[in-house]
Design a protein around this ligand. Structure first.
Ligand SMILES: Cc1ncc(COP(=O)(O)OP(=O)(O)O)c(N)n1
Ligand code: 3NM
Length: 518
């Protein structure tokens, strides 16, 4: 499992285009619009069909002709030519109705793509209404597969739609994974199977994502007292479009969208015989993400038993130096450091032997023995376990290569690096002893694809995760920045340069401890 599809770079305001049918009971374009509005964003709309339906039946449906659909696209194109137009960054496509509408939509998208930076395209492939009535003709279904789905960045079928599109059974996890893979063979770039209908009696709702680069299950809480909430599929796909328009990478967009759907279902209200999702007030800066709605992510089956790693003895791990030798460990514990990491990075030119690593890790554990020091070993989890270190620190790649069961069985604590919503969702799957958040500021100690998150992000992470995991901020943190981060409530700050490159490491360490503890 590679770390992510790409890196999120939240950007200036952008708009989304919603393409679909209207539904008087509140799903369809009306539901899409509510999401965009709740996130304070701007939406253009292209109506493809007008339906008369409620939760039990579709009584009438009219698909607009190609001329009417194309005319709407032209209006959007003209609006986007204005100097003050918000750039179009994402398109969400819902109900299309028939093959003529699909052809018009494909042409409209091609024109928009030619006009500017190509927007991301999310397709919710609506074939049937929940009442069982068809929302797309058979010829339309063929054209969907041949022309529209290959244009999409992500396609979001539910179980019935996946079965219908692939002609494959989808009754268990293996069949779901196989059918999802099958959609890629017809040219779809990635698929997010909506799990709302899978194992409906489970306490969790699991979605499955599959692309050439990675695959994962996304597991969220189910709200059993809120059954069959209207329009949640529309909500999910539109929220993904909004997040990608805001510059989030696809996987972060999926995590945010799943969180928003959970929030909508948790707060749903009964109106006219059906539950309607309620989003309430959302802060577009952090999507008002609430821990109870935040999912777990794993490449393993969602039915795999969950790990239980030991909790750290404190939620506040304090000043946390990251060092590259036993000598540094020894010097810093004499300065009063209580949490420390031995990060033995292998020199590609002259890599240490296993025996050398073994000796250094054994020596570091010995130096800390009986002193109440939380010594974390970076990467070399087998040796950390062998020598009984307090803990192991793993980055996301190493986390997925490591033997989780062996780490959990060893009793070692486990810290995990994260840089995004996706990585926090993955970290949650192993239930770590702490979560590290980085890079907060630009660092010279390591090449990073990640944009520095800044202190405001630490505040957001604390709001989301505090009380559930001890948190550690890392990346470019010095004395002044430690002072700036203290009010965020983060329990620990980790650093390399500010201590190991200080003119007077003892003075620098004592000063940092003083700032953090006073
Ligand atoms: C406390 C802490 N946070 C993050 C890291 C980075 O770990 P990782 O992503 O594994 O990168 P490397 O350290 O291996 O370069 C860390 N070491 N400690
Ligand atoms: C090792 C490391 N990991 C980071 C992350 O963001 O995961 S930032 C980082 C480097 C921290 O060093 P300094 O204090 O010198 O900036």
């Amino acid at each position: 499992m590679s770390t992510s599809l790409s890196v999120s770079k939240p950007q200036a305001a952008a708009s989304v285009l919603l393409i679909g049918g209207t539904d008087p009971s509140g799903a369809g374009l009306q539901a899409d619009w509510r999401v965009v509005h709740a996130l304070g964003m701007h939406a253009y709309t292209v109506v493809t069909a007008v339906t008369a339906q409620n939760t039990t039946s579709v009584s009438d449906m009219g698909v607009l002709g190609a001329t009417k659909i194309s005319a709407q696209f032209q209006s959007v194109q003209q609006a986007l030519l204005r100097e003050d137009a918000l750039p179009l960054a994402a398109i969400k496509i819902g109900m299309l109705g028939d093959e003529f509408a699909i052809a018009a939509v494909c042409e409209g998208i091609a024109a928009l793509q030619a006009q500017g930076q190509p927007p991301r395209v999310i397709v919710d492939p609506l074939i049937m209404a929940s009442s069982g009535a068809r929302l797309l003709t058979q010829q339309g279904e063929n054209m969907l597969l041949e022309r529209l789905l290959p244009l999409a960045d992500v396609v979001t079928p539910n179980l019935n739609e996946l079965a219908q599109l692939t002609g494959m059974p989808v009754t268990d996890i293996e069949e779901i994974e196989a059918a999802t893979k099958q959609l890629l063979s017809i040219g779809v770039r990635s698929v997010l199977l909506k799990g709302g209908h899978y194992s409906a009696d489970s306490e969790e709702s699991s979605d499955y994502f599959y692309s050439q680069e990675l695959h994962f299950w996304l597991i969220g809480k189910r709200w059993p007292d809120k059954a069959n909430v209207l329009g949640t599929g529309c909500l999910l796909a539109t929220a993904m479009a909004c997040a990608t328009a805001q510059g989030y990478a696809i996987t972060d967009a999926i995590v945010l969208a799943k969180t928003l759907v959970s929030r909508g279902i948790r707060n749903a209200v009964l109106a006219n015989g059906a539950y309607q999702a309620r989003l309430g007030d959302i802060d577009p800066n952090d999507w008002s993400v609430d821990y109870q709605d935040f999912p777990l992510m794993t490449p393993q089956s969602p039915e795999t038993p969950r790990l239980q790693l030991p909790a750290c003895d404190s939620q506040r791990l304090g000043i946390y130096p990251v060092v590259d030798s036993v000598e540094w460990v020894e010097k810093l514990i004499h300065c009063g450091i209580k949490t420390i990491q031995l990060r033995l990075k292998t020199d590609v030119e002259n890599p240490p032997t296993w025996d050398e690593l073994d000796q250094q890790i054994a020596a570091a554990v010995k130096v800390c023995a009986g002193r109440n020091i939380r010594l974390f070993i970076n990467d070399h989890w087998q040796l950390a376990i062998k020598h009984g270190a307090y803990g192991i620190h793993l980055g996301q790649e190493d986390l997925y290569d490591a033997d989780h069961q062996a780490i959990a069985a060893s009793g070692c604590h486990l810290g995990v690096s994260t840089h995004s919503y996706t990585e926090v969702a993955r970290a949650r799957w192993v239930n770590p002893s702490y979560i590290a958040l980085g890079p907060i500021y630009a660092t010279t100690s390591k090449d990073m694809p990640w944009v520095p998150q800044g202190p405001a992000a630490v505040e957001r992470w604390v709001k989301l995760l505090d009380g559930h995991y001890p948190l550690v901020a890392i990346g470019g943190i010095d004395r002044e920045r430690a002072k700036a981060l203290k009010p965020t409530g983060v329990g620990s700050v980790a650093m390399i340069t500010a201590i190991t490159k200080a003119e007077d490491y003892q003075a620098a360490t004592l000063e940092l401890i003083k700032i953090w503890e006073e």
